[in-house]
Design a protein around this ligand. Structure first.
Ligand code: URA
Ligand code: CA
Length: 421
């Protein structure tokens, strides 16, 4: 049995780890026999020398095995999972799942909380009074049977080894290591056990990696390692160099999803929704065109699906009317004429995250704080024009200043494509 010292020594020499060695690292993380010192050294070695695809696959499978496996497809039959690497105003999951379910492609996901500048679907959904995200396997299967969709939050039983390693990555500057990111995301995704996974990997300065090359490596790693672990996957690369859709918020994005499904959708958001639906449907054995997406929305079926699902997961009667905007409005206007040349989307995401946690308490979010983003990269702007409208509880000045600084008015440039494949 390899000791922590022996494994670390081999890593330092640049040797490839065997399957057993990778599994003993993860077992040590889960059972506590590897100390924080050993694990921190493993993480830094992995971050600096990299992990190859075999090592990454074994890391993923070992972290997956450290916890519960729901294996939903084995019981339910084909279903797809959808994952976004996180962005600003990324309302896509709330739209895609009901659209797919209405089209006969069952879909389920365990969603996460906000992280850094990125919003979390779990936090957005909790703006719905009464809605409960704590699902177990049986309830998830029941929701899939009734609605063809389910959204929960990852439980403590899923990938406990990842939880320990993630905490240490945060303290050792190894969060950004691509193989570690791939293993971390996939170990939790594979625990659900869908028959296919579609990834929406965000590009641009509001994405997980601001660097385009890193983003492509992450996308191909997620797809190839998922397949190597036995679950077919596909990926959409979508632009996050400006907020997606018209709204950034919690309650506001739930309402944006309802409005979108009601037929009042932002065109950029539609591009991403259509691309994700097409790839997800294909993984579920169906072809879904843009026209199919439009038809499902026009029929009202997808909107009704979202409402029925939310009701089943505990939403209180009248919940749609409770999706409020915070009462203090402020605007960011253009200081000069020109074109919207650049947006620091990450800065907007960070400023928004601070604004909706007025007490700095990460567990207490003001769901009504929101930002309406009415301009688009490349658009012609007149001096004095309203660019963004803020909805806050009090004192809009900090958010106003940050958002203003994040919007660069300058020369005409071409906006990046919303979806690149
Ligand atoms: N999300 C995760 O779950 N893990 C990572 O490493 C990065 C993002
Ligand atoms: Ca949005």
């Amino acid at each position: 049995m390899a000791t922590p010292y022996g494994i670390l020594n081999r890593m330092r020499q640049g040797r490839k780890l065997t399957r057993d060695e990778v599994w003993s690292v993860v077992a040590g993380a889960a059972d506590g026999s590897w100390t924080d010192v050993h694990l921190a050294a493993f993480l830094m070695a992995a971050a600096m020398r990299g992990l190859d695809s075999d090592e990454t696959r074994e890391l993923t499978l070992a972290m997956l095995e450290s916890g519960d496996r729901w294996a939903l497809a084995a019981e339910f039959g084909p279903l797809v999972d959808k994952h976004s690497t996180g962005g600003v105003g990324d309302t896509v999951s709330l739209i895609v799942l009901p659209v797919l379910a209405s089209f006969g492609v069952p879909a389920a996901k365990l969603t996460g909380r906000s992280l850094g500048h990125s919003g979390g679907t779990a936090d957005k959904l909790e703006s719905i009074p009464g809605l409960r995200l704590e699902l177990d396997r049986d309830r998830t299967l029941g929701l899939l049977e009734r609605f063809g969709m389910a959204i929960g939050i990852a439980t403590a039983g899923i990938a406990p080894a990842d939880r320990r390693l993630y905490g240490l990555r945060d303290r050792t500057s190894t969060v950004s290591s691509i193989p570690l990111v791939v293993g971390s995301i996939l170990s939790k995704k594979l625990a659900l056990g869908a028959s296919g996974i579609v990834f929406d990997v965000k590009t641009g300065n509001g994405g997980f990696f601001p660097d385009a090359e890193d983003t492509r490596t992450l996308a191909s790693g997620l797809v190839s390692i998922s397949a190597a672990c036995g679950t077919p996957a596909d990926c959409v690369l979508s632009d996050m160099s400006q907020p997606l859709g018209r709204w950034v918020g919690h309650a506001a994005e739930v309402r944006e999803a309802l409005d979108f499904l009601g037929g009042d959708g932002d065109p950029r958001l539609f591009e991403v929704v259509a691309a994700v639906c097409r790839k997800a449907a294909r993984l579920g054995g169906k072809e879904m065109s843009r026209k199919d997406v439009e038809a499902v929305i026009a029929s009202g079926a997808a909107c009704q699906k979202l409402v029925d699902w939310a009701d089943a997961q505990g939403a209180e009667p009248g919940w749609i009317d409770a999706l409020d905007l915070a009462p203090v409005e402020a605007v960011v206007t253009a200081a000069e004429s020109g074109f919207l040349e650049a947006v620091d989307c990450r800065r907007i995401g960070n400023a928004f995250a601070d604004a909706c946690r007025p007490d700095r308490d990460p567990s207490r979010i003001d769901h009504a704080v929101a930002l309406r983003y009415d301009v688009r990269l490349g658009q012609k702007i007149e001096r004095g024009q309203e660019l963004v409208r803020l909805y806050v509880r009090r004192d809009p000045e900090v958010l106003q200043r940050e958002v203003a600084a994040a919007l660069v008015i300058g020369k005409q440039t071409e906006a990046p494509p919303t979806v690149a494949e």
